[in-house]
Design a protein around this ligand. Structure first.
Ligand code: NDP
Ligand code: MG
Length: 392
């Protein structure tokens, strides 16, 4: 049997580690081309040796020597920085997991598609920043995009055998995050530590805080539009505190197909890894009597302003997604550094979007990697200015 050639970008993170957990269960089936990380060199080296990778890459050039030391005698190549990531992404692979956090995942993802690999996309930021470019690149190189975000994997699964013309609406669920039951007046005082605790899912720090603000769901609204080509008014967001139903697709005959499963990312990762087949996965089998009930309610847009902003972004289109994501990343950094409060994150992003709107050229420009990176860089500068002016 020929081994499948795979690479994992963001191998040391939460999605990366869950992916490695699945790969390790059937090591003989895979040839690992590249594993990448940034700061966690011991984990990166450990997994590169265990999976016998061709190359391990750290995004942080200052840590290249540490990586070399950790890999010494193993015969595994070590590389670093943006060029190292891009070179690794250009190596021939059948399947690549894109699980770097943030817009930093865009370039390696594009390179992987250009080399013809099927791309399992956890890095939702790439689709938000550059959906059109990602889709065009995949098409040009006959590569496939497979969603890994649980809601989008759920929709993807509910659409098997269906015609998009019969889809009336797509409903994605969200837990409501760490503060869903807090009085709204307490939210400005929420700390990064409190925001980084998710009621149901174990994920990286940044996406967990994004779940508390619902910036994560805002990104996912845009991601839904990009994956499935449906307009904003056909996408609904509903709060579902149990995180058991991940998404539902509504059809023209009134039927709703729901995807039901435990909150364990290994399901969506495993589905993407084995697609179009289904294989046995080490996830909990739900006992519905134990789950007992599913609750749903409408999100309150005063509590979750990013949901409103995301709909504006979809309507504006073009490079607005890149501006939105970069402003969000900057605001999140400032919140983690305790420079701004929890509710200030949405206010900063809204200000940056208004500043960008006045610069029509940015939003009307053609979408290329360069124009996306420019929009991203300008939005980060604007966000820093807004933060300094407003919060000192
Ligand atoms: P983590 O923060 O746990 O991991 C991020 C990974 O990216 C790590 O390998 C990290 O390396 C690496 N990294 C960090 N900064 C950079 C950089 N500048 N350049 C290159 N690599 C970098 O994130 P998650 O695994 O939670 O999320 C990864 C992606 O998947 C995100 O886009 C997220 O939105 C998405 N996602 C995550 C879900 C989850 O359950 N966690 C669910 C759905 C989507 P190191 O740790 O070595 O510093
Ligand atoms: Mg999700």
């Amino acid at each position: 049997m020929t081994r499948r050639r795979i690479s994992i970008f963001g191998a040391t993170g939460s999605i990366g580690q869950n992916t490695i957990d699945l790969i390790k269960r059937d090591l003989e089936a895979y040839h690992t081309v590249a594993l990448t990380g940034a700061h966690n060199i011991p984990q990166l080296a450990h997994d590169a040796i265990k999976l016998r990778a061709e190359v391990a890459v750290t995004a942080d050039t200052d840590r290249l020597q540490d990586l070399r030391d950790a890999l010494s005698g193993s015969g595994i190549e070590a590389a670093a920085g943006e060029s190292g990531l891009e070179e690794a992404a250009s190596r021939s692979a059948d399947w690549v997991m894109s699980a770097i956090v943030g817009a930093a995942g865009l370039k390696p993802g594009l390179r992987a598609l250009e080399s013809g690999a099927n791309l399992a996309l956890a890095n939702k930021e790439s689709l938000v920043c550059a959906g059109e470019l990602i889709r065009a690149t995949a098409k040009k190189h006959d590569a496939l995009l497979i969603p890994v975000d649980s809601e989008h994997s759920a929709v993807f699964q509910a659409l098997v055998g269906e015609d998009m013309t019969s889809v009336e609406r797509i409903i994605i669920t969200g837990s409501g995050g760490a503060f869903r039951d807090w009085p709204i007046g307490d939210l400005p005082f929420a700390t990064p530590e409190q925001a980084a605790t998710h009621p149901n899912w174990a994920m990286g720090q940044r996406i967990t805080i994004d779940s508390a603000t619902m910036f994560n769901k805002a990104l996912e609204l845009i991601e839904t539009k990009e994956y499935f080509g449906v307009e904003d008014e056909k996408i609904e967001v509903i709060i579902h505190p149990e995180s058991i139903i991940h998404a539902l697709v509504g059809f023209v005959d009134g039927a709703l197909m729901a995807h039901v499963g435990p909150p364990d990312m290994r399901h969506a990762i495993g589905y993407a890894l084995h697609w179009p087949e289904r294989r046995n996965l080490p996830v909990e089998r739900l006992d519905l009597a134990q789950v007992a009930q599913f609750n749903f309610y409408e999100p309150d847009l005063t509590r979750y302003p990013p949901l409103r902003l995301a709909r504006d972004v979809i309507r504006s289109g073009g490079l607005t997604g890149a501006v939105f994501n970069a402003a969000k990343e900057s605001a999140l950094d400032a919140f983690i550094d305790k420079k701004i409060g929890f509710m200030d994150m949405a206010a900063v992003v809204e200000d940056v979007l208004s500043i960008s709107e006045t610069r029509g050229n940015l939003l009307d420009e053609e979408m290329t990697l360069e124009s996306v990176m420019n929009a991203d860089a300008e939005a980060r500068i604007a966000a820093r200015q807004v933060i300094t002016q407003r919060y000192g």
